[in-house]
Design a protein around this ligand. Structure first.
Ligand code: UDP
Length: 315
């Protein structure tokens, strides 16, 4: 039996990953500081004897034994990662060093959760892994963007210098059940607003684009990358179907049958104009591509949000 550590295991993506790893027969340890993760995400897993939860912030070193590590711990929505930007940098620098150190000591293979934010406001479209990016190092998003970039550098240096078996997933926008209700991201904001009949807040004119991957597709990609053998060069994981933000608002209003109206609000500083992954590498290396359509994924997410909103879930 493989022992897998998932940092950020109570978070949105981490909790789905833990469930799938358990279904595949692994022993899973979820470590989470619960800053943006939620115990309710992993509550159904607690009765599984192969599952353990530990409240731990990776800014502090961690001493356990494991064979694989998914390093997902880091607040990932702009609202959460900008709440305490220095802490976000610490999670990505000190935290990633601690987790790489653990991988080195245990001889574990590690998957680093990187992000499309390493491409910043991209000038190349769609974004291939070979693109070096266009990031403002002193903007409000820099704590996350630059934090994730140095985390990739650390992975490279531990791999080259210390032989740590590490791989890097550059994760593009992902959505689905378990997204924090208060994370301020576009899908969660629009869903909450639509379900409550409040105005749908489009930042700017809504012509900016993103490409949204349903969480089950993403988790499958992460596991395939972990299991594909030695390779440290980053791999994009995301859905290449590009949508404008206005289109997303309209789909959500229609799927929820909401009476909400669309309103425009100021565009946040350094908001990327467009984003779409080039996933040729993932297709070739992992035989992976997303299979869940936006409408199907949104329907599942609506059902989850409806239950939580009507159940008066606390933030
Ligand atoms: N956005 C929006 N209204 C909202 C929240 C976000 O129009 O209530 C826009 C945001 O400006 C960005 C896009 O939706 O252009 C995606 O934002 P999100 O915070 O989900 O993720 P990002 O890809 O920017 O990290």
């Amino acid at each position: 039996m493989i022992r897998v550590l998932v940092t950020g295991g109570a978070g949105f993506i981490g909790s789905h990953l833990c469930r799938v790893l358990l279904e595949r027969g692994h022993a899973v340890i979820a470590a989470d500081s619960l800053f943006s993760g939620r115990k309710r995400n992993i509550l159904p897993l607690m009765s599984n004897p192969r599952f353990e939860f530990m409240r731990h912030d990776i800014i502090q070193p961690l001493f356990i034994e494991c064979d694989q590590i998914y390093n997902l711990a880091c607040p990932a929505s702009p609202v959460h990662y900008q709440y305490n930007p220095i802490r976000t940098v610490k999670v990505n620098v000190l935290g990633t060093m601690n987790v790489l150190g653990l991988a080195k000591r245990c001889g574990a293979r590690m998957l680093q959760a990187s992000t499309s934010e390493v491409y910043g406001d991209p000038q190349v479209h769609p974004q291939p892994e070979s693109y070096w990016g266009h990031v403002n190092p002193i903007g409000p998003r820099a704590c996350y963007d630059e934090g994730k970039r140095i985390a990739e550098t650390l992975c490279r240096d531990y791999h080259v210098g210390n032989g740590v078996d590490v791989c890097i997933a550059r994760i593009f926008n992902t959505y689905g059940p378990h997204m924090a209700l208060n994370d301020g991201r576009v899908v969660s904001n629009f869903l909450l607003q639509a379900l409550r009949g409040e105005p749908i807040t489009i930042y700017g004119d809504g012509s900016q684009t993103r490409s949204f991957c349903f969480v089950s597709d993403l988790v499958e990609g992460l596991i395939r990358l972990m299991e594909c053998g030695e390779r440290f060069e980053p791999v994009n994981l995301g859905n290449p179907e590009e949508r404008t933000i206005r289109e997303i608002a309209e789909r959500i209003v229609s799927l929820t049958g909401s009476s909400s109206k669309l309103v425009e609000e100021p565009l946040p500083q350094d908001d990327p104009v467009r984003r779409k992954p080039d996933i040729r590498l993932a297709k070739q290396l992992l035989n992976w591509q997303p299979s869940v359509s936006l409408d199907d994924g949104l329907k599942e997410t609506v059902a989850d949000f409806q239950a939580r909103v009507h159940g008066h879930e606390e933030w």
